[in-house]
Write a protein that binds this ligand. Structure first.
Ligand code: CA
Length: 225
């Protein structure tokens, strides 16, 4: 998933960037609200992590601004211990959950995964479609109960398509799941990855859940639950 991290403490920002990246996410980490607004306008994020104590525009004002601009992605706030008013105000401003600093990364990750799951309409930590099951926590796929060997990029594409099942997903959106910004993008990469994914899913039993919608993108046709 593509995440926006807004944190002014350089060490924590770097830590979040690294750990979340290791967890299979594409992370854009910025130090202030102004930069966050710019990134949110340029790219499509699946979730934002916002520190409330920011220099310049506050985290609260950033959340209000994002919501008034029509951004609907889940927002997880980071707040200092004891500031219960901050939590209340943050949630009232449009945040969805909070983590109190200092925190264990595992707690942040668990809350983030829960928010991502709910925002795409799933209540379990797995997504199933016919013979295919994704384990969202372990980032693993099984087909007909056998482990399916996917590269990290193939997995990301598959998870994104399944989260948005029965919707046409543009190639650009998929590219955003692989690269943090425009520079390294090559649209052919998506075609190659989807081609490989299809061959792996087809396996022995001919499972073909990914359609091409010419000129628009890809469609995961199976119902996921
Ligand atoms: Ca801060």
């Amino acid at each position: 998933m593509k995440l926006l991290v807004v944190e002014d403490e350089a060490l924590l920002r770097h830590h979040l960037f690294t750990r979340l990246g290791e967890g299979g996410h594409v992370v854009q980490a910025v130090a202030n609200a102004e930069e966050a607004l710019y990134q949110a306008e340029q790219y499509n994020h699946d979730l934002a992590i916002i520190d409330l104590g920011l220099p310049g525009m506050s985290g609260l004002d950033l959340i209000r601004q994002l919501r008034s601009l029509g951004q609907t992605f889940p927002i997880l706030i980071l707040t200092a211990r004891g500031n219960w008013q901050d939590k209340v105000e943050g949630l009232a401003a449009g945040a969805d959950d909070y983590v109190v600093k200092p925190f264990q990364f595992e707690e942040l990750e668990a809350r983030l995964n829960a928010l991502l799951r709910r925002s795409s309409g799933f209540t379990q930590s797995t997504i199933a479609a016919g013979p295919l099951v994704l384990d969202l926590n372990r980032k693993q796929a099984t087909l007909d109960d056998a482990p399916l060997a996917l590269t990290a990029y193939e997995y990301r594409i598959l998870e994104y398509l399944m989260r948005h099942h029965q919707q046409v997903v543009a190639k650009d959106r998929l590219m955003e799941q692989l690269y943090p910004d425009d520079e390294e993008r090559d649209p052919n990469v998506i075609e190659v990855l989807v081609g490989r994914l299809r061959r792996k899913l087809e396996g022995a039993h001919g499972f073909k859940p990914i359609d091409t919608v010419r000129g628009l993108g890809y469609l995961f046709t199976e119902r996921c639950r």
